[in-house]
Structures are given as structure tokens and as C-alpha cells.
Write a protein that binds this ligand. Structure first.
Ligand SMILES: Nc1ncnc2c1ncn2[C@@H]1O[C@H](COP(=O)(O)OP(=O)(O)OP(=O)(O)O)[C@@H](O)[C@H]1O
Length: 604
């Protein structure tokens, strides 16, 4: 096997990419700390936890005491004490019955406990993801976030339900068994304990490796999910460019790496059982040889040897189980680390204490500098004043920073320096919710949800009544379109509105913005061509919507913004010029160039 073949699939896949940066940033945390945090989720369910611990303790007591009774029963046969024998057998029967009942309780309680912990964890995670700054979501593959929410949490849940009672029972059984063994023969007990040392060493080594592979496995699973998600969403583009073979190849590459890592991880967990068996058998040999020797020399009775053989098995089984559980817990901890890494991200704070609704909708950008990533500045010394009720258009080549201006006004990102004021108040002093309540945004990539048209329209204002909703639909020219649908406002949009055309979706988005009744309006003019009739409807709807509101339009076609109060021409993050359409044409500068380019039918 050459050197490359010895690498895991995971290592081979470590190609430079944006994902890689993300993966490398998340260094594993202290497992003790992760364990403590995971434990806290259980402590919060203390009633169930205490119930489970009681049931487990009861079961262990029964299990540990039964062999002693067995030893006494055997010795009573050799001594001919049949009264004692019947009594011991009766007691053993009662103990096994109680053991059966506690096992039943244990499995029920542990199922409830694990599912409740997982539910809380999923909720925390979802609340967090919903609250994360746009910046974080932008920089992380969505499939990976989903993978943490589903696979990692599921793994923690499986581990909890399978291992928690075994873990507690195992520890208690070992303690109880050692006490009982000591009460029978301290010499044999000490000899049996030599195997424990061996077990601990082997377990620690194997579990460490398992955890490493699990981490790799989950990262690859996250990447696989991200690939699937991207290609399902962008399926049309994939098919249009005949990229199916390429994406199948990319998918296979990740899937192969995942398979290799999974096989290695499975082999390791499979090794745990046989390794423990070997160690146990060594323990049996020690008891058989030394126990026989002690019995011949009259140091212990036959009953004690029989009890020791049961105890040795009882002692070995939880050690075996603990060894395997330790491996599982290690992998669950690796999953928990990935979950906690998201929980530890700083939420988008609502900062700013001002909750007073915007009064006029006057916007001022003052010497704003901004960069998404430190080494690449996007806006330079950007200053602009938009008076209340005015209509301002941002134009400029692609990548010149138009969308960025909007992102900053919405506080999706915070500026590096300068100020943005609305009605004279710095937007950092306004509570985010208050700020966003008075700003509506209509993007060219309209987002609709798999829900009824009614709920999609009311998304911006759930308390609006049907009358207001119909009025908004009328003003946004989508009432006709809705009336032609089989169930009108109750028509269910399938897969996020894919059963509507892009133009129709945009009309609904305008209707939604109407219902929000905002002071400030942001319009991202659609670049995609829709039929002329729909385009006219969209334009008329936008004109209606802009009436008496401060509007900021990201314009792609200069023909639609000639009546704007001010046109701002952006060039590489700076304002190149600004003024009315006529003023800018007269200047014969950048705008004039752009206008002529479009007039000649070329793209800007
Ligand atoms: N999330 C992001 N992270 C890093 N850089 C970004 C991000 N979004 C945009 N940029 C960069 O910022 C610059 C300005 O982008 P912006 O989207 O504001 O341009 P635009 O004028 O709106 O372009 P278009 O007309 O194509 O929509 C571009 O160089 C772009 O690569």
C-alpha cells in the first residue's frame, strides 16, 4: 500500500476550500467541559433522572446479592441443611422477580429521559440558529448546520438511551460485586482486579481512536448533506449545464471518504468486544487456578468458588459494557462538541434600547467604511442622505456595493466606522426588531414559504385582517392572479412557491411588503426577464408601494428609475456621482456612460 492509500478518505478530502476554513476553525473543546454541559441537560430533568437512578440501583442490588444466596444454597446442600436451602431458593426467586420489574422501569424511564433531553437540545439549537447573525449563516454550509441539528443530536440521543442506565448500573455493579467478593475472599478479589487495569488501558486507547474517527465522520456527513442540499436546490442549473456526471463524482468522493472513515470507526468499535473477552477469559483462568488451589488448602469452600465464578462474570460484563459505552460516550461527546460549538456562537444581539417606531424615515449614511472580511474593504467613506418620502436609486456595475448598502441599513452586518442614522438616531441605538419592523424589503430572489397564499402575504404582519390583506393584494396587482388559483387565498404553495412563476412570486412579495406598511422600503429590482404584462404590473405595484415612503431601489435597468429624486452611481464601493436623471446625463460622467451602454442594449 503506498502512502496515499494509507490516508483516510477524510484526509484525502482536505482540499483547500471555504468549507475547510470553517472545519479547521472548530477545534475540539475539552471533553470534560463538554461532558459537564451535557450532564446539565440531565440535571434539568432531575425527577426522571432520580427515578432512573433508583430503578438502576435496585436492579444492581438484586443482581449483586443473588450469587451470595446461590453460594449459601450450594453450601447448605453439602451440609444437608434443607430448611436453609428452601429459604434461600425462595429469596432468590423474589429477587429475580424484583430485578425483572426494575429492568422494565429502567427502559421506560431511560427512553423518556433521553427523548426529553434531545428535545430540549434540538430546541436550544434551533432557537440559536434562528438567532445567529446573517454573517455566521453566510459563512457555513447549510447542509452542515442541518447535519448537526439532526445527525449529531440523534447520536447523542441514541447514546443516552442505550448507555445511561448501563453506565450507572455498570459502575454500581462493579462496586457492589467487589464488596461482595471481598466479603467472600480478599485474596481471590485482589487477583481478579488485575484484569481491571488491563481493561482500562485497552479501553482508553481504543476510545480515543474512535472519537477521532467519529469527528471525521460527522464532518464528512455534514459535507455530504451540504452537497445534497446545494444540488437539490440548484438542480435546474445542474441539469441545464449537464453537470450531473461531475456532481455524481464529487458526491462519490465525499461518500467514499465517509465510507472509509465509517468502516475504520466500525472496525474499532467491533474490536472492543473481542479484546474485552480475551481479558475476561484471563480473569477466569486466574480464578479457576487460584480458587482451586485455595479450596484444596481449605481456605475457601466450593460454594465460594461457584459464587466467585458468577461474580467474575458479573464483574467482567459491566467492565466490558463500560468499555463499549466509553467508546459510545466519546463519540456522543464529539457530536455534543459540534452542537455546543453552535450554541456558543454569539447570537445577533438586539442591542440598542430605542424602541420608538420610526417617525419620518429619514436616512443618513455618514462616512461609512465596511468590509465583510478584514482584508477586503467593500465600502469606502460612503455618505448619503435620503430625505423622508424620497426615492433614491443605487446604480452601478455588479459588485460595486449596492446590496451591501442595503445589508448595512437592515443591520444584517455592522459597519467598521462611520454612522448610519434613521430619523437622527444611530441605528446601533435602535433595537433591531424596532428597526426592521419599519423597513420592508422586496428582493429579486423572492422567498415564499410552503404555506397558503394568505399566510405568505400575512408573513410581514400576522395581525392584519382579511380586508387589509385583500387591499394589499389589489394594490400589488396580485388579486387577479390569486382569484385564478383553485382555492384563492387558501391555495397552498408547494415547495416554497415553485408552482408560481418568478413574476407572480415577486407580485406576492410586493403584496407582503404592502401589508407591513413600512416607513422605509428597499426594492431590489428584478433582473430576470418576465413577460411585458407582468413586468408592467410589477412596476405599477412598486410605484403604488413607494407612494409616501422613503424608498431605496437597487436598480439594474436605468429606464425604471428616471423619476427618482436622486440617483447614486456606485463604483467599487465609492459614490462616483449623484443627482437627478437629467443632472447626471448633463454631467456626461459615469451615469451617462451607463445609460448609453444600456440604451445600446449592452449589460452594465
Ligand atoms: N457575504 C459576503 N461575504 C464576503 N464578501 C461579500 C459578501 N457579499 C458581497 N461581498 C463582496 O462585496 C462586494 C460588493 O457586493 P454587493 O453584493 O454589494 O454588490 P452589488 O453592487 O449589489 O452587485 P450586484 O449588482 O451584482 O448585486 C463584492 O465584491 C462581493 O464579492
Amino acid at each position: 500500500m503506498n502512502k496515499t492509500e494509507t490516508k483516510t478518505g477524510f484526509e484525502k478530502l482536505q482540499k483547500p476550500s471555504r468549507m475547510r476554513t470553517v472545519l479547521e476553525v472548530e477545534k475540539p473543546k475539552e471533553s470534560k467541559q463538554t461532558f459537564k454541559r451535557l450532564l446539565q441537560y440531565f440535571v434539568d430533568e432531575r425527577k426522571l433522572l432520580i427515578g432512573l437512578l433508583l430503578a438502576v440501583t435496585m436492579g444492581v442490588l438484586c443482581n449483586v446479592y443473588a450469587p451470595k444466596l446461590q453460594s449459601q444454597a450450594i453450601d447448605s446442600i453439602t451440609q444437608g441443611a434443607f430448611g436453609v436451602l428452601t429459604q434461600r431458593l425462595g429469596l432468590m426467586l423474589a429477587i429475580y422477580l424484583i430485578y425483572g420489574l426494575t429492568s422494565l422501569f429502567q427502559s421506560r424511564l431511560s427512553a423518556h429521559l433521553s427523548q426529553r433531553v434531545v428535545k430540549t437540545m434540538r430546541k436550544d439549537l434551533f432557537d440559536k440558529i434562528i438567532d445567529l447573525p446573517i454573517k455566521y449563516v453566510d459563512q457555513h454550509a447549510h447542509g452542515d448546520l442541518m447535519s448537526r441539528m439532526t445527525n449529531d443530536v440523534e447520536n447523542i440521543s441514541d447514546t443516552i438511551s442505550q448507555s445511561l442506565s448501563s453506565l450507572v448500573a455498570g459502575i454500581l455493579t462493579i462496586i457492589g460485586t467487589v464488596v461482595m467478593m471481598f466479603s467472600l475472599s480478599w485474596q481471590l478479589t485482589l487477583l481478579s482486579c488485575t484484569t481491571v487495569l488491563l481493561t482500562v488501558l485497552v479501553t482508553k486507547k481504543l476510545a480515543g481512536w474512535m472519537r477521532r474517527f467519529y469527528r471525521q465522520k460527522q464532518i464528512l456527513l455534514g459535507r455530504l448533506n451540504a452537497q445534497i442540499e446545494e444540488h437539490v436546490i440548484g438542480y435546474q442549473t445542474v441539469v441545464a449545464y449537464n453537470r450531473q456526471p461531475q456532481i455524481v463524482e464529487d458526491f462519490s468522493l465525499t461518500a467514499d471518504a465517509l465510507t472509509k472513515t465509517s468502516i475504520r470507526s466500525d472496525i474499532l468499535s467491533g474490536l472492543m468486544g473481542p479484546a474485552m473477552n480475551v481479558i475476561n477469559n484471563i480473569g477466569f483462568v486466574i480464578i479457576a487456578v487460584c480458587g482451586g488451589y485455595f479450596a484444596i488448602h481449605g481456605m475457601i469452600s466450593i460454594g465460594v468458588i461457584s459464587a466467585f465464578i458468577v461474580y467474575a462474570r458479573q464483574f467482567g460484563r459491566p467492565i466490558n459494557e463500560l468499555a463499549q459505552i466509553y467508546g459510545q460516550i466519546e463519540t456522543a461527546l464529539a457530536g455534543a462538541e459540534r452542537v455546543f460549538a453552535i450554541l456558543d456562537e454569539t447570537s445577533e444581539s438586539s442591542e440598542g434600547s430605542c424602541q420608538v417606531p420610526l417617525s419620518e424615515g429619514r436616512i443618513q449614511f455618514e462616512n461609512v467604511d465596511f468590509s465583510y472580511i478584514p482584508e477586503k474593504q467593500v465600502l469606502y467613506d460612503f455618505s448619503l442622505e435620503i430625505r423622508s418620502g424620497h426615492k433614491v436609486a443605487l446604480v452601478g456595475a455588479t459588485g460595486s456595493g449596492k446590496t451591501t448598502v442595503v445589508n448595512l441599513l437592515m443591520r444584517f452586518y455592522d459597519i467598521d466606522s462611520g454612522r448610519i442614522l434613521i430619523d437622527g438616531t444611530d441605528i446601533r441605538d435602535i433595537e433591531r426588531d424596532t428597526l426592521r419592523k419599519d423597513i420592508a424589503i422586496v428582493l429579486q430572489d423572492t422567498v415564499l414559504f410552503t404555506d397558503t397564499i394568505r399566510n405568505n402575504l400575512k408573513y410581514s404582519n400576522p395581525s392584519a385582517d382579511d380586508e387589509q390583506m385583500r387591499k394589499a393584494a389589489r394594490l400589488s396587482y396580485c388579486d387577479k392572479l390569486i382569484s385564478q388559483l383553485p382555492r384563492g387565498y387558501d391555495t397552498l404553495l408547494s415547495s416554497s412557491g415553485n408552482n408560481l412563476s418568478q413574476g407572480q412570486r415577486q407580485l406576492l412579495a410586493i403584496g407582503r411588503a404592502f401589508l407591513a406598511d413600512p416607513k422605509i422600503l428597499i426594492l431590489d429590482e428584478a433582473t430576470s426577464s418576465v413577460d411585458t404584462r407582468t413586468e408592467k404590473h410589477i412596476q405599477d405595484a412598486m410605484i403604488n408601494l413607494m407612494k409616501d415612503r422613503t424608498s431605496l431601489i437597487i436598480a439594474h435597468r436605468l429606464s425604471t428609475i428616471q423619476d427618482a429624486d436622486c440617483i447614486v452611481v456606485m463604483d467599487q464601493g465609492r459614490i462616483a456621482e449623484q443627482g437627478s436623471h437629467d443632472e447626471l446625463l448633463a454631467k456626461k460622467g459615469k451615469y451617462y456612460e451607463l445609460y448609453n451602454t444600456q440604451f445600446e442594449g449592452k449589460a452594465i
